[in-house]
Design a protein around this ligand. Structure first.
Ligand SMILES: Cc1cc2nc3c(=O)[nH]c(=O)nc-3n(C[C@H](O)[C@H](O)[C@H](O)COP(=O)(O)OP(=O)(O)OC[C@H]3O[C@@H](n4cnc5c(N)ncnc54)[C@H](O)[C@@H]3O)c2cc1C
Length: 354
């Protein structure tokens, strides 16, 4: 009863997309999604900005899953026409990049519902404690899987407990709020200065609300920094805080080992995040599509590793190099102003994605 062809740990974007593309009803595979949360997507942990599918395919030529990014209206909160970068000096630069503001919990639930419609079984409120070979140990009993997928986010217990896989060590800690107010702009704002070491302040307008947050690397108290920024903002904008949240983002780049003969990592667990900006939702979905198709077609997991490397390694490695050179110049606000001025001359693309 508790034996499955595939056990997926985590019903976030990576896990649900993997299950969707295994397509249990068509492939005949018994797939189980194990999720520690009571309700998929809640609590929400995201800035809720996503590039359009066209932008994503420009970044990763070879991505081919338009249906996956054909988001229903209730998931989309608004259009993004570009990014407003604010330098330490206060100078503002506008970079063209099209995207959507989206409702993250609704996105997670939309993906999960499709996985279930396609025949995936699931257990909510089921925290995985560790993986021992083919055995998945949870607080609610053990499960056995021929294949086990770690789609359990940045602090992946699968990556941690299976020999040969590496945990995410290089992380950014974030704190954010959802604020209600007069936030209708079609540009998302990123502010860089030495109050946000190794990270930035973001203000993403979302149809009468805004997702406002701070990410930092190192030991500074990120919530305190955010509260300071909110006090500043309140001097010239009226808003009401509706919700608070936090989380971590892995910024160490795509992991070298994504798969063994029966275990694979995907999404944040695999380091599928742009190290230069922390965006990972769309990358996790693409990773899930590649992994799900590989398993659904009965191909070995080594094929997944090589497909991902072909599709995203060059871009994510380049984004990591950009992040590292940003780290060096961010020691001085003055120097970083020069870096941003140069990025404006050369074009923002490499600053954003590497
Ligand atoms: C504050 C913040 C802001 C962000 N902003 C953006 C943004 O604006 N745009 C963007 O593209 N990306 C953003 N990201 C990154 C993005 O959220 C992630 O890259 C994306 O969620 C990765 O999806 P995932 O499915 O791999 O992991 P997750 O979304 O983390 O999903 C993992 C799932 O596994 C479950 N889980 C974890 N451990 C266990 C366990 N032991 N047992 C069972 N279940 C478990 C979790 O409950 C969760 O449901 C942000 C991240 C944070 C933290």
């Amino acid at each position: 009863m508790k034996t499955f062809d595939v056990i997926i740990v985590g019903a976030g974007p990576a896990g649900s997309t993997t299950a969707m593309y295994i397509n249990p009803k068509e492939s005949g595979k018994r797939v189980l999604l194990l999720e520690s949360r009571k309700r998929v997507g809640i609590p929400m942990q995201c800035g809720e900005a996503l590039p359009t599918y066209d932008e994503l395919t420009n970044i990763f030529p070879g991505v081919d899953c338009p249906e996956l990014f054909d988001l229903p209206d209730e998931v989309i909160a608004g259009r993004i026409e570009g990014i407003l970068f604010i330098a330490p000096s206060g100078r503002r630069y506008l970079a063209e990049l099209k995207g959507h503001m989206f409702y993250r919990e609704k996105l997670d639930q939309w993906l999960f519902n499709q996985a279930v419609e396609k025949g995936a079984q699931y257990r909510l409120s089921t925290r995985v404690l560790r993986v021992e070979d083919h055995r998945v140990v949870t607080a609610n009993g053990d499960f056995y899987g021929d294949i086990i997928i770690g789609a359990d986010g940045p602090l992946s217990i699968v990556a941690d407990s299976v020999t040969g896989f590496a945990p995410n060590r290089d992380i950014c800690r974030c704190s954010f709020v959802i604020a209600e107010g007069d936030f209708f702009e079609e540009y998302i704002e990123l502010r860089f200065d030495n109050r946000f070491p190794g990270g930035y302040f973001w203000l993403f307008p979302k149809n009468g609300e805004a997702n406002i947050g701070v990410g930092v690397r190192g030991s500074k108290n990120v919530r305190e920094i955010l509260d300071g920024m909110l006090t500043e903002l309140a001097k010239h904008k009226s808003f009401k805080i509706k919700q608070r949240g936090g989380g971590v983002v892995p910024l160490g780049g795509l992991k070298a080992k994504l798969a063994s003969d029966h275990v694979a990592l995907v999404g944040d667990a695999a380091g599928m995040v742009f190290p230069s900006n922390g965006g990972g939702t769309g990358v996790a979905m693409v990773g899930g599509q590649v992994l799900g198709e590989t398993i659904g077609c009965d191909l070995p997991l080594s094929v997944y590793q090589s497909r991902v490397e072909t599709l995203m390694k060059r871009v994510l490695d380049s984004s990591l190099r950009t992040r590292k050179s940003m780290d060096r110049t961010r020691r001085s606000d003055w120097l970083f102003c020069v870096v941003m001025w140069l990025a404006n001359l050369r074009g923002w693309r490499s600053f954003i994605i590497g």
